[in-house]
Design a protein around this ligand. Structure first.
Ligand code: FDA
Length: 404
């Protein structure tokens, strides 16, 4: 069967692209190996899909080329997506940091995109396993041949929207990366991102009694810092501040230098040195003082971990100046070296992917392979937590839908 455009991957980016290309009058086929449509949208945001953010800019994304995403984000903005929801009368609400969620269910977004595809005459092959892709150099009109368990399909354009590797059990596959490599397009090695961090046993053991503690803290690495909750878990660290900083910590994987720790400011906005100095005259013990600003159990265990027995048992006034300085510096910059991440099984997104150097930021087309496009998470553009990854999927999908 012949089409103008074949899109592999009927997720967020793929459906957006299909609806746009179809609306231009292109004959579009959407191919996906999953049984259920839009599974990643369905489970996102606790079933309510954090579909975008009030404020979106290139600063909210990580990539080897941090400017690449600008063009697509400017051409199909968060306001454009919100307008689609308004038109469909899907109710939504705003949470902290400008995050927008459906009031009722993520299913409403899946239905909106599915209906947009149906209205645009998009055809579906789903579930459908792709066995191979060929480019026939001698057929300029229909160069693409996609071999599937439902037969061979031919097209003029091929759009790859197969997403990243996070949560393999809901259909993630390395297909997009392999296809890029088949056509000599470089791939920035995929790494788990927005992911909980593991700690080595020697660090985990003393932290274990604190498992379950939630801290209002600021996690930082290099120039990035996020003030949100940090959660101590039985395997290491999690919570929004850690998920956010994990993506930056993972960027080190692409460098050659020694790995560096991340820092947690347990008293954001407070100069711990000044604060402790002001308490030196009293008889208060450090764990009790810290319990004014941190969970009591955490305060106790943390003092023992960082300051030893004397920090727990002696009043602050009896601690030496150097001990207090050390404790103060750790309070504002607790230095922790993760042993790694909890991997793709627990990650929300993938860092890395198809190199933006090989793509046009205006069209999402591969520069050297005519008629081949990459959109969404398969590309080396990774958003912060907070609706940014879906916005990238909508924006890049929309842009490719104008050209494919
Ligand atoms: P997406 O993964 O949506 O779609 C890819 C499609 O390709 C899938 O349908 C898959 O079945 C198909 N596919 C893969 N390999 C294939 C193959 N070999 N053959 C055929 N089909 C194939 N983001 C956000 O902004 N807000 C949020 O609230 C959340 N929440 C969230 C929760 C959880 C648990 C996860 C794992 C992720 C999120 N995200 C998120 C991230 C967001 O879901 C993600 O960035 C987008 O879905 C990416 O859209 P894509 O269309 O690129 O891939």
């Amino acid at each position: 069967m012949q089409f103008d455009v074949i899109i592999i991957g009927a997720g967020a980016a793929g459906m957006m692209c299909a609806a746009q290309a179809g609306a231009r009058g292109r004959r579009v086929l959407l191919v996906d190996h999953a049984e259920k449509l839009g599974e990643r949208i369905r489970i996102s945001g606790g079933g309510r899909c954090n579909f975008t953010n009030r404020s979106v800019s290139a600063d909210n994304y990580l990539s080897q080329n941090p400017h690449f995403c600008r063009s697509a984000l400017a051409r199909f903005t968060q306001h454009d997506f919100i307008a689609m929801l308004d038109k469909r009368r899907i109710a939504y609400h705003e949470r902290e940091h400008g995050q927008l969620f459906c009031n009722d269910s993520a299913e409403e977004i899946i239905a909106m995109l599915r209906d947009a595809c149906v209205d645009a005459g998009v055809r579906w092959a789903m579930p459908c396993a792709v066995q191979g892709v060929e480019r026939l150099a001698n057929d300029a009109a229909l160069p693409w041949r996609v071999l599937t368990d439902q037969g061979a399909f031919r097209s003029q354009s091929l759009v790859v929207a197969t997403g990243g590797l996070a949560i393999p059990k809901i259909g993630a596959s390395p297909f997009g990366y392999q296809l890029a490599e088949q056509f000599a397009i470089p791939v920035v090695p995929p790494r788990p991102a927005l992911v909980p961090l593991a700690l080595a046993p020697e660090l985990l053991e003393p932290l274990k009694p604190m498992a379950g503690a939630t801290l209002d803290a600021s996690a930082s690495f290099a120039t990035a810092a996020f003030r949100e909750n940090v959660l101590i878990t039985h395997r290491g660290l999690s919570g929004p501040a850690i998920l956010q900083i994990s993506s930056y910590w993972q960027m080190q994987e692409y460098g050659s230098g020694k790995k560096r720790p991340l820092e947690i400011d347990l008293l954001p906005g407070i100069d711990a040195g000044d604060w402790l100095e002001g308490q030196r005259q009293g008889r208060v013990h450090l764990p009790n003082l810290l319990a004014e600003r941190l969970p009591r159990r955490f305060a106790h265990e943390w003092c023992a971990l960082v300051g030893g027995d004397k920090a727990v048992n002696r009043p602050i006034g009896e601690l030496g100046r150097r001990d207090l300085e050390h404790i103060a510096s750790q309070l504002n910059a607790w230095s922790l070296m993760p042993a790694g991440t909890l991997g793709f099984a627990k990650a929300e997104v993938t860092l890395g992917g198809v190199s933006t150097a090989a793509l046009s930021s205006k069209t999402m087309a591969a520069r050297e392979v005519p008629g081949l496009y990459f959109i969404g998470e398969v590309v080396d553009v990774t958003g912060w937590l907070g609706g940014y990854n879906f916005q990238w999927a909508w924006s890049s999908g929309w842009v490719a839908g104008q050209f494919a």
